[in-house]
Design a protein around this ligand. Structure first.
Ligand code: ADP
Length: 421
């Protein structure tokens, strides 16, 4: 079976979230970590998601990496391209989504794409171009205090206009809710006005299915993973995709480890819950910054614990503590120190035999999979909305769950590892 859909995701957990959505709609999906430098066996993958680390890198790097991913995906036969970003947009006025989308459209020789981060299953919706998170405007949600991308504007037309060279318009709710035909007409109207990006309102999965169907012939689609819900159906209607089949759980036995580098509200709740169940250790950022052997101590600590019990290592802290730490060490340096420590801990504990890993945080997951040298992941069944189990296609054979900061219920870590028992 040929690759039908090629996707470019601006971070690792976002890539997994998207692949998970496609698996849920019956596509076989593989996620590759960065653009492969040598051939990768994609098996029977019908969808391939390239996970980049381009959300907060300098614009020129994000554009170059995204164009390289596009070229590789087209070599694999992908006929439609999806540019995936976070359902909380995670991109300020200086951000990368606009420049990357501009470059992809140019390379695909097209001039229009949808923009829609809505993900109703996780309470993210777009109305009148405003992004809402759990009933609050984005700028009033906990995302306003994100360590790397503090979101202080909820109006996507304004944000995308600030980022992109193209005109930005609204694909309003009355058109989307009226169905595929009305959406087609509204998109044609935007194109006639010279609009390059249609910010699409969407409140329900039904709206996302409508948008997906309306974008069947778009070369580029941009959005959160929710917008991909309707895309497998387009291929199925054309007879290119078989009936849905359930995905298998990863098959990896060995000790289990949870690494939490996300400071998002959901992760802090999950850390608090897991601390009541498992041995746990908090990384001290001040000691990391002072060059003390924090990672080595965590590794030594893990090796003294009973192998049958999952372990939790975390750096997650509340906004006040994060702000104070950043004031002392700089935002980027603090983040990098913590990410490097998690990379080292993951790499050495896998070498010591750990085989089941849950990682919380997009940047943190990126750091961990790079440290482990993971190149490709087969996507398995879902744990909580947006987060599946995956398994590595290369050695060592690992079960990996990579969780974006704000995803998952309070018992997520315990539930995830419970599924493998
Ligand atoms: P999320 O998915 O919640 O955005 P990320 O891992 O992408 O999580 O981003 C969290 C960032 O915060 C990472 O760069 C991480 O290293 C950093 N970080 C984690 N703990 C702390 C802390 N205690 N102080 C400052 N920065 C931290």
């Amino acid at each position: 079976m040929a690759v039908l859909l090629g996707a470019i995701a601006d971070d690792f957990t976002g890539a997994t979230d998207l692949a998970n959505t496609l698996v849920g709609q019956g596509m076989h999906a593989v996620q590759v970590i960065g653009v492969p430098g040598s051939p990768v066996d994609l098996g029977d993958a019908e969808a391939v998601v390239v996970a980049l680390k381009s959300r907060t890198t300098p614009v020129a790097n994000a554009v170059a990496d995204s164009l390289a991913a596009l070229a590789w995906l087209r070599e694999q036969g992908a006929e439609q391209i999806f540019f995936k970003y976070c359902s909380t947009f995670d991109s300020t006025a200086e951000g990368n989504i606009g420049p990357v989308a501009d470059a992809l459209l140019d390379a695909l020789d097209d001039d229009f794409a949808l923009v829609c981060p809505a993900f109703p299953a996780n309470d993210r919706s777009v109305y009148m171009g405003h992004l809402f998170v759990g009933g609050l405007l984005l700028e009033e949600s906990s995302m306003k205090d994100h360590p790397l991308t503090p979101m202080r504007d909820s109006q996507l037309v304004r944000l995308m206009s600030a980022q992109s060279k193209k005109r930005v318009g609204l694909l309003p709710y009355p058109a989307v809710s009226a169905g595929v035909e009305a959406t087609h007409v509204a998109i044609a109207g935007l194109r006639d006005e010279g609009v390059g990006y249609g910010i699409a309102d969407a409140l329900t999965d039904e709206d996302l299915l409508t948008l997906g169907a309306a974008a069947a012939d778009h070369r580029l689609i941009t959005g959160g993973s929710g917008l991909a819900l309707g895309l497998p159906g387009n291929f199925r209607r054309r007879g290119l995709l078989g009936e849905p089949r359930p995905a298998d759980l990863p098959d990896a036995s060995g000790p289990a480890l949870v690494l939490a580098g996300s400071c998002s509200q959901a992760t802090r709740g999950q850390v608090a819950y897991a601390r009541e169940h498992w041995p746990n250790l908090k990384l001290d950022v001040d000691r990391l910054a002072a060059g003390e052997p924090v990672a080595a101590e965590a590794i030594a600590w893990a090796r003294t614990q009973a192998p049958a019990t999952p372990l939790l290592v975390y750096a997650s802290a509340d906004p006040e503590e994060v702000a104070a730490t950043q004031a002392r060490h700089g935002r980027d340096r603090a983040g990098l120190l913590v990410e490097e420590a998690f990379g080292t801990i993951a790499q050495q504990l896998v070498e010591a035999g750990w085989r089941r890993l849950v990682v919380a945080g997009g940047e943190t997951s990126g750091a961990v999979v790079s440290a482990l040298g993971v190149r490709a992941l087969r996507i398995g069944p879902e744990i909580d909305p947006g987060v599946p189990w995956t398994e590595t296609l290369d050695d060592p054979h690992l079960a990996l769950a990579l969780k974006s900061g704000n995803f998952g219920a309070r018992d997520f870590f315990v539930k995830a590892l419970g599924m493998l028992d």
